[in-house]
Design a protein around this ligand. Structure first.
Ligand code: OVV
Length: 402
């Protein structure tokens, strides 16, 4: 007998949302998911799914019913040992979640970031100058979307040079590992021990520069706000969640502009639009596509009873393109107010690094807007497949200089 939902009128899907075809283009599957109903049972994984904005938003807000502590991947920590020590933020709920969250929220907050804005702008100018000096055709992924975060973020955290090449591969594996144990996870498996050791080594107090985010986390341990055992795991969260996400967020906004030339013109008229543009791109592409939650009690959603202890797959990317919530969701539109999108999640777990991501994006966009009158795709684009991320491998572009 195949696995079944507990209520017989719950819509059932036999599609694998982590299959090659869906990862290559998730939009048709997501549209079908939203159409099928507010809650859909995914036969292949014996889990529930939500694809509409209203239910995803409500579930993310109700952390008491939809917990994170049993893991935000397919694997349920009640039955399976996590493959790495769980994140103190992502895979925890109050009260354990609160102290780590409060500390990071301050360290990564808008006030603290102000002291970085100037040097990041200078770094962006240097990067863009060097790139454009070489020519007007380049890869917007490797040459910009990856190059900029890798240039500034490891320094901002204060990690050593050694091992930085492992940041993207480690993040890629972590985001794959939230999904099912498919081929993408198997491909990453041989390097897990090595990558985990490398990342852990970069979280130690004595390797961190005195003024970075990492040292500030350790300072919180000195004050007694968190324990010394917690500090390195909180640094690990920065290194895990802060690189692949911003790289693909920047790639998303560059892709959106390259395919919507009129919008680039609007950005050039006013640099204040760069922040809206980034959030609109996060809505439009949703670099983090999905996270699971686990029910702490029986709960009825849209006529479906989800029993206690079950995994629910939240389709952030689908909610962000739900026509019930967004007018013309398939259009990247700087006239829209994208606030309320769930691309950074929502509620107590909403991305604690979102201000860092926005500053990175607005910095690089404003630098580019000064130098470039237009950009267009000028070669075959290639997606990077990941169980959680909507990612790019390559975006060949040609630009025109101002
Ligand atoms: C949001 C996020 C993604 C991946 C890892 C983590 C957080 C972490 O805290 O380790």
């Amino acid at each position: 007998m195949t696995a079944q939902p507990i209520t017989s009128d719950t819509p059932v899907s036999n599609v694998d949302p982590f299959s090659y075809d869906v990862l290559e283009d998730p939009l048709p599957f997501q549209a079908a998911l939203r159409e099928a109903g507010p809650v859909v049972y995914l036969e292949k994984y014996d889990v529930y799914a939500m694809g509409r904005y209203a239910e995803v938003h409500a579930a993310l807000t109700d952390w008491q019913t939809f917990q994170s502590a049993a893991g935000v991947g397919l694997s349920n920590f009640r039955y399976e040992k996590p493959w790495r020590p769980p994140s103190l933020l992502l895979e925890a709920d109050p009260p354990h979640h609160d102290a780590p969250r409060a500390i990071l929220s301050k360290i990564l907050g808008p006030r603290e970031l102000r002291r970085l804005a100037k040097s990041w702008a200078a770094d962006a100018e240097e990067l863009v100058d060097d790139l454009l000096a070489k020519g007007t055709e380049f890869d917007a992924v490797t040459d910009l979307a990856a190059a900029f975060p890798l240039r500034i973020f490891p320094d901002a955290v204060g990690i050593p040079q050694e091992g930085r090449e492992n940041l993207l591969p480690y993040g890629d594996h972590v985001f794959n590992a939230f999904g099912p144990p498919n081929e993408l996870v198997a491909k990453g498996a041989p390097r897990v021990a090595e990558l985990s050791a490398s990342i852990a080594a970069q979280c130690a107090r004595d390797v961190l520069t005195p003024d970075g985010f990492g040292a500030q986390i350790w300072a919180a341990a000195d004050r007694g706000d968190i324990t010394e055992a917690q500090a390195p795991l909180i640094v690990r969260s920065l290194l895990t969640a802060g690189v692949d996400t911003t790289v693909n967020g920047l790639a998303a906004v560059l892709f959106a502009f390259a395919t919507n030339p009129d919008q680039w013109g609007r950005l050039r008229e006013g640099p204040a639009l760069s922040r809206t543009a980034f959030d609109e791109a996060v809505r439009f592409e949703s670099p983090v596509q999905t996270f699971f939650r686990t029910t702490t009690r029986d709960i009825e959603v849209g006529g479906t009873l989800i029993p206690e202890g079950r995994k629910i797959l939240m389709f952030l990317g689908s909610a962000n393109r739900d026509p019930r919530r967004w007018e013309n969701p398939e259009i990247f539109d700087l006239n829209r107010d994208p606030s309320g999108h769930v691309g950074f999640g929502f509620g107590i777990h909403q991305c604690v690094g979102q201000h860092v991501a926005r500053l990175e994006a607005s910095t690089i966009l404003n630098t580019l807007a000064k130098r470039i009158t237009s950009l267009e795709i000028n070669g075959p684009t290639r997606r990077h497949h990941n169980n959680t991320l909507r990612a790019w491998e390559s975006l060949p572009v040609r630009v025109e200089l101002a």
